[in-house]
Design a binder for this molecule. Sequence first.
Ligand code: ZN
Length: 321
Amino acid sequence: MNAQHTRPRWNGAHLGLLAGLSAWLVTAHLAGWPLGLAALIATAGTLAWLAGAEWLWPHRDEWVPSRADLRRDGAWFLAAAVADSGAKWLVRGAALWLGPWLAAPVFVQDWPLWLAVPLALVVGEFGAYWLHRGEHAGGWLWRVHALHHAPAAVNLTNNVTIHPVNVLIVDVVRVLPLLLLGFSAEAVVYAGVYAQAQSFATHANTPGTMGWLNYVIGTAELHRRHHSAVVAEALNFGTAVPLWDQLFGTFRFRRTGEPRLVGLSQPAEYPSLGDLKGWWLYPWRRARTAASSAPAPDNRGFTPEEIPCSSTSIRTPATRS
Ligand SMILES: [Zn+2]
């Protein structure tokens, strides 16, 4: 059971998630439910929906997580949750501290949510895009981010195979500008719900294409290319929207196929995937090799080895060389 599944026309799991979340947030808004509660239920619903879809219809069988993978990602998930709540306090404190020095254009506070939420999503993604691009440029930021690329799979729980320091800095660059620009709490929280859902959906091992929507929102098709083991094609740094990739020349979309191998290009140069302590300390270890310090992707027009989208028989190797 190593074959890639036949690709249906649309990725129903991703489309259904966005439709369901939108219905939920509209309901929560109209009913006046507490923001924190609405967001928490949205997170739980996102995870349950995508986990069910992955379990019933995995896109690639070899990407289905083992029990050991789930235990490992459970540990990183807890660390991410702690970092996430720490980031909330940090962001609020920084906004209070910096606020008086900035003349925030508070008019966005009064914008209707249907306008403010998409705008907050795109503005928040700007900081996340440049941070992510900086992480792939090498140095200390890459050592913080490398863990996220360590699994040789792209699936739902791999979204949280991420160093808590990475979670903290992404949260800050994504949310702090929104507070300083004067977005309402509701717009910031709802944009955060969509950003988080997009992050999970773009990692989900669910079949199907998002078609023309690949040019409008982040998709698994775009993000699998970002996780390619071929360093030179690990572009597509956005997860919520591809706009900044499109504007700054890092957008790559091919309808015909997806990377055969995902993960680190030289895994032997890094801690083993199950070595939680090794990965926890990795950002503070001295870079031993070029591989652990500078991935530096840049490859206009490069064509890597791919699995055709329509294939039902091509088998992927169990190990990488
Ligand atoms: Zn990355």
